[in-house]
Design a protein around this ligand. Structure first.
Ligand code: SF4
Length: 373
């Protein structure tokens, strides 16, 4: 079967062209031509590449194509948010979400099929990890979004920002995420500045410094709690990398400064992490780290034990943090009606099968939490 060139990075294109017999002398020129057709013009077939000789197109056509992964489902929310369920040839499915917001449009990209981490407020966490995505599969999510939004060859872009916040823990798929982000950011191709790309991690401490050095995007941390007991419950990877170590890694994040602030994500869970005392603890905790706090009203999903904090409580929480000297925007829920909001992603085909074991574990956590109150 012919291989798709869509989503490949320059190194991969180079090696395919070399294997076809393209000479060393022509290699860069040929790679750049393909790059432009794939990532600037959004070509869908090799025959469109009219600045390549007929003979060369014929040779390419014999081995390659520009096929995209299949879109199993495309949903559009009443607020304009779009979600694609994308199926890869091995049958694995992931979700990608586009959130338009005035002049800005953010593409939320997945890095894994499922997730190992079981954050208890997150729907993806109920879906077992199937596998890492390749960098080609990571990049192809943007190609599919640009196709659907008819964004190729336009001066005004719909997708201005990218967040690695979809399904999966990006730092558990480090090399492929790094290579994918480098394709997103390439000036001669998709050209999204790294200042507009945010990698979100639940706190894989040993990889945070590497991310700063080798990826260099903006960093977001799924924090969600101000002490280890509660964070162990909400983000269980905290048992391995506790808050103190995580915040040290943030302080040492290469090049962290005011212009490259770290974003702390904080999901607002009613009567769990939303008290005024916890807001004050949060300020103390992040003191000295150039940062902002994104407050995320909890987006419910079937089977969850959590509720979203009341709106006036979220505002009180935000005010305290603002008065403490940190920006704390409240992220307005987007795409809730199509389960595209933060923490709601889960491949549709798996949705009906929320595991009974998982629900029991949540019920146990809930009774332990009530016992601690
Ligand atoms: S919040 Fe992120 S890391 Fe945690 S379970 Fe969900 S997808 Fe995985």
């Amino acid at each position: 079967m012919n291989k798709s060139l869509v989503g490949l990075n320059k190194k991969e294109l180079n090696s395919l062209l070399t294997s076809m017999g393209v000479s060393e002398k022509q290699l860069n020129m040929r790679t750049n031509q393909l790059w432009n057709w794939i990532y600037v013009r959004g070509a869908k077939s090799i025959s469109e590449m009219t600045n390549l000789s007929k003979e060369f197109r014929k040779e390419l056509n014999e081995q390659f194509n520009l096929t995209r992964p299949e879109i199993s489902k495309n949903e559009i929310s009443s607020d304009g948010t779009q979600k694609w369920l994308i199926k890869f040839p091995d049958g694995s499915e992931i979700e990608t979400v586009f959130i338009p917001d005035g002049d800005r449009g953010t593409l939320c990209v997945s890095s894994q099929v499922g997730c190992t981490l079981n954050c208890t407020f997150c729907h993806t966490g109920t879906q077992k990890l199937v596998r890492n995505l390749s960098s080609q599969e990571i990049v192809s999510q943007m190609v599919i979004a640009k196709d659907s939004l008819s964004e190729w060859n336009k001066t005004k872009r719909d997708i201005t920002n990218i967040v690695m916040m979809g399904m999966g823990e990006p730092l558990y798929n480090f090399e492929n995420v790094r290579d994918g982000i480098n394709v997103f950011a390439d000036d001669a191709g998709l050209s999204v500045s790294k200042r507009r790309i945010t990698l979100s991690t639940s706190g894989i401490v040993p990889k945070i410094e590497d991310a700063g050095n080798e990826i260099g995007s903006m960093l977001a941390i799924s924090l969600h709690a101000t002490n280890n007991d509660l964070r162990n419950e909400l983000v269980p990877i905290n048992k391995k990398y506790p808050i103190e170590e995580l915040l040290d890694a943030c302080k040492n994040y290469p090049r962290v400064k005011n212009s490259k602030r770290i974003t702390f994500e904080y999901v607002m869970l009613k009567d769990v992490n939303d008290s005024e005392a916890q807001a004050r603890d949060l300020i103390k905790l992040i003191s000295g780290i150039p940062s902002k706090i994104n407050l995320i009203p909890f987006n419910p999903w079937p089977g969850t034990i959590y509720e979203c904090s009341d709106w006036d409580q979220i505002e009180k929480f935000s005010d305290i943090i603002n008065r403490g000297g940190y920006a704390s925007p409240i992220r307005m829920p987007r795409g809730r009606d199509i389960s595209a909001a933060c923490g709601q992603l889960k491949s549709d085909t798996k949705k009906e099968k929320a595991s009974i074991k998982y629900k029991k574990e949540l019920a146990k956590l809930e009774s332990e939490r009530i016992g601690r109150l």
